[in-house]
Design a protein. Structure first.
Length: 197
C-alpha cells in the first residue's frame, strides 16, 4: 500500500525518500551509460525508452530524445563531479540551469497505484526533458540537504562508475565491494606478500 501524504515510506527510514532514492539511482545509471567502457550508452530511442520504463516515465520517446538525453547526461555528470569536489555553488548554478531549460514545473500527482509524489515536468514535455528535470531535482534535494558527496565515483583506479553511498557514515568507496573493492584488497595483499617474500 502506498504511503499517504506526509507518511514516510520504508525507504525514507534509510535517509532517502522513495522518490529521491529512485532519482539518485537513475542519475548514477544514466551517468554510467556515458562512462562505460563499451562506448556510448543510450544510442537510440529504444535505449531511452527502456531507461524511461525502468524508472516509471510514461509516454513515448522520440528520435530527438536520445541525443538530448546524452547531452543532458554530460551535464548531470558535471553536477555530480562538482558535488564530489565540494563545489556547491557550481552545482547549484548547473542544477538551476537544467531545471530552467527542461521547463520544470513541480506538481503533486498520484497514478498507477502510487501515492502522492512530485512530478517535475509536464507529461507532454519531451522524454529527455522529463527525465533530466526529475534527476536534476533529485540532485537539488541531495545538495540542499548537505549530502551531495553521497553520489560519487568509484575509488577503484580501473572503474569510472558513479554510485550512491547509502552507508550511515558515508564511508563506502567502491561501486561494488565484491568486484572493485575486492580487486584492490587482493592486489594489496599480493603486493605485501611479494614484498615480504
Amino acid at each position: 500500500m502506498a504511503p499517504t501524504l506526509g507518511e514516510p515510506s520504508d525507504s525514507s527510514q534509510k535517509g532517502f525518500g522513495a522518490d529521491l532514492l529512485e532519482a539518485l539511482t537513475a542519475v548514477a545509471e544514466l551517468i554510467n551509460t556515458g562512462r562505460s567502457r563499451d562506448g556510448e550508452g543510450l544510442r537510440d530511442v529504444a535505449g531511452v525508452a527502456a531507461f524511461a520504463r525502468r524508472y516509471g516515465f510514461g509516454g513515448r520517446a522520440r528520435a530527438g530524445d536520445a541525443p538530448a538525453l546524452r547531452a543532458y547526461r554530460a551535464r548531470l555528470d558535471a553536477i555530480v563531479a562538482a558535488g564530489e569536489a565540494g563545489d556547491g555553488p557550481a552545482a547549484v548554478r548547473m542544477i538551476n540551469a537544467l531545471l530552467a531549460e527542461t521547463g520544470a514545473i513541480p506538481q503533486i500527482v498520484s497514478h498507477d497505484g502510487r501515492g502522492p509524489h512530485i512530478h517535475v515536468s509536464r507529461p507532454a514535455a519531451p522524454m529527455a526533458d522529463r527525465i533530466t528535470a526529475h534527476l536534476a531535482m533529485g540532485l537539488a534535494e541531495l545538495l540542499v540537504s548537505g549530502q551531495s558527496g553521497r553520489l560519487r565515483s568509484c575509488a577503484s583506479p580501473t572503474c569510472r562508475d558513479v554510485f550512491l553511498d547509502e552507508s550511515r557514515n558515508r564511508s563506502r568507496r567502491y561501486c561494488d565491494s565484491r568486484t572493485c573493492g575486492n580487486r584492490l584488497h587482493v592486489a594489496a595483499y599480493r603486493a605485501r606478500k611479494a614484498a615480504a617474500g
